[in-house]
Design a binder for this molecule. Sequence first.
Ligand SMILES: [Fe+2]
Length: 303
Amino acid sequence: MTSLVPPRLRALRHVGLRTSAFDESVAFYAGPWGLEIVERTDDAVYLRAAGPEHHVLALYRSASNALDHVAFAVPTPAEVDAAAAWVEAEGTTILEKPGPLDRPGAGYGFRCLDPENRVLEISAENHAVPERPQDVPVPRKVAHVVLNTTDIDAATAWYTRVLGLRVSDWSEHKMVFLRAVGDHHVVAFNQAEWTAPNHVAYEVASLDAWMRSIGRLKVAGHEVSWGPGRHGPGDNAFAYYVDPAGLVPEMTAEVLQIDDDTWMPRVWPRTPELSDLFRTAGPPSPFIREHMAGVPDPGWVQG
Ligand SMILES: [Fe+2]
């Protein structure tokens, strides 16, 4: 019998969002945001970036905004099986046992619930997609998802112990940044009054591509709601928008890469000079804070 060990998630694959403005949001993300539709039905659309993932964003038609699921990558079906065995042994609710995924992008994976009823998917061997030309500065991947939690310590404990993510940094005791491999964070938690998706960040290849993306959005009539600036924790350039449904996407670049052997997590005081290294953005407005808080999201409910 093999001994159980925590999973080693390699990356964030995609985020699924339920959106109260489905058609307008599809037009926004497939238009000036720079993603491309790979598959769609009347009530769901799957959008890819320029990188190898089949899709980085799935949008679902819904009465209210909510997180549908978050998907992580491991390289082999054997690691999917091992991850499922570990999380189940930790007392986690398994929604779908490991097996072939009957969804766009296919692959082999399983689904489970985190302690706040978020649906998580861990998968391997998803379908390949053709290369996209790299000469246009569009997102190449989903960089991270930030989630509002009512208990940041419980969320941190579960995502490190059960999912095997590692703490990269804290923003005081209000945000925690968790990494898989390389990128400073793939998930961050924000202490809040209720659970909800806070924002989803998409990475472009350079600061030049980031400025050009901001320009493309501006020409299309979409102004930055917070930014441009550069975060202290993670060192990434940021520009936050509000999408047609009121959800918040972030255009980011130059996310700090972490060496696991030498990295020491720090606690970042929320001073102006540490919150925005560029000093261009200023503090977030009440408007963007309201959209990052979102609407209460109960998570998965038995269908
Ligand atoms: Fe972010």
